[in-house]
Design a protein around this ligand. Structure first.
Ligand SMILES: Cc1ncc(COP(=O)(O)O)c(C=O)c1O
Length: 372
């Protein structure tokens, strides 16, 4: 049986009781009323007339059109609407079998490697390294990890949990390597659109390589995780067809209200994403100041993009115990290294929530009281 998803189980225990969710990866959520206020006459009409029947299995055509608009060369038929986590499950099951070799950027959101392992594939970790100032990825290590049986390369940028990001040149190099070796790429782009500057937003990998599958969704930068809405996009129609076959065994089709709300969100994306970027930028400033003032306790490895960062607790304590004490005494939730399968004393913080400053201040009070 597949092992439990450590991060999800950890959040299931604490997420809905914590006062300050200081490690959330999603950005400040929108209310349904706020989102509906952004509807144009056509989508408002669709919402008012919505019937709660089954929906088209591949996804509403208008929704797939709006998703295709996020890319340069993708057509609505190159898109399959899924729940993001379901997209990982479907893609891994469609692409992998026992004996295959997979290279996964690491640390990673657990399902990005765990499902491959559960299918009998062998996983090699392409590890991000830190010098205490920034995260780095060694391209030459990718060459060394490659084997003739390598079937899939899994990347995730902007990266969860480190906030690591690559530039367009590096993205091209990685995809050129995959093309040369004829391996497929699963590109988890769930944090796309929460970069700190417009030029840091990369093209979807699906635009650049026909064997690249992009996973996108509305859970993170759009602040709409409750819609449970994402997509797989790939220009190789045969791959999308194989995903579609598996979807008939998972959810069959998507939720009718979520599809219409997703169309509204994608049409209003400039407004929604401006709001997200402003919250993340403000919180990043607050984090910079906090960690500068608390360098005795922490190594602040500044994120390069996205709403999460992965600093390190110095000698103070073991991070799991530190997180437990913090939660028990102040109801502030941080996610320790163990839920990311990392050895060093790192923990994840989330920069997307409006309560971030208050949560950090409470963390500061805890430090003063416990480690004067
Ligand atoms: C990198 C990454 N991929 C996929 C997902 C899954 O998204 P969702 O929870 O909306 O299904 C997450 C969620 O945290 C994630 O961080």
């Amino acid at each position: 049986m597949i092992p439990p998803f450590a991060l999800e189980r950890y959040f299931a225990r604490h997420e809905f009781t914590a006062r300050y969710l200081l490690s959330a990866s999603d950005c400040e959520t929108l209310s349904q009323a706020e989102l509906l206020d952004m509807a144009d006459p056509k989508t408002r009409g669709m919402w008012d007339a919505l019937r709660l029947g089954y929906t088209e299995s591949q996804g509403h055509p208008l929704l797939r059109q709006e998703i295709a608009n996020l890319y340069k060369t993708v057509w609505p038929d190159d898109v399959l609407v899924v729940t993001p986590e379901e997209g990982i499950f479907i893609a891994m099951h469609a692409l992998l079998q026992k004996g295959d070799h997979v290279i996964v950027m690491s640390p990673a959101y657990q399902s990005l490697f765990q499902i491959a392992v559960s299918l009998g594939a062998e996983v090699s970790r392409w590890s991000l390294e830190t010098d205490g100032v920034r995260w780095k990825l060694d391209l030459s290590a990718l060459q060394k990890l490659y084997r003739p049986v390598t079937k899939l390369l899994v990347i995730n940028v902007p990266h969860n949990p480190t906030g690591f990001h690559i530039d367009a040149g590096t993205q091209k190099q990685i995809l050129a390597f995959a093309r040369e070796k004829r391996i497929a790429v699963f590109s988890d782009e769930m944090y796309r659109f929460s970069e700190y500057s417009a030029d840091a937003c990369l093209p979807g990998a699906c635009d650049l390589y026909d064997q690249a599958i992009t996973l996108g969704g509305l859970s993170k930068s759009f602040g709409l995780p409750g819609l449970r809405l994402g997509w797989l996009a790939c220009k190789e129609r045969e791959i999308i067809r194989r995903f579609q076959i598996l979807k008939d065994y998972t959810t069959i089709c998507h939720s009718a209200p979520s599809e219409i709300l997703a169309v509204i969100a994608l049409r209003a994306r400039d407004r929604i994403l401006d709001r997200t970027r402003k919250i993340v930028a403000d919180n990043l400033d607050i984090a910079d100041r906090f960690f500068a003032g608390h360098h005795r306790f922490f190594e602040w490895i500044r994120p390069m993009a996205g709403p999460v960062a992965f600093p390190r607790l110095k000698g103070t304590d073991v991070i799991e115990r530190f997180c437990e004490k913090l939660f028990a005494s102040r109801s502030v939730l941080l996610a320790p290294r163990t839920v990311f399968n990392v050895a060093d004393n790192h923990f994840r913080i989330g920069l997307g929530r409006k309560t971030f400053a208050d949560g950090l201040e409470t963390l500061g009070e805890f430090l003063m009281a416990e480690y004067p």
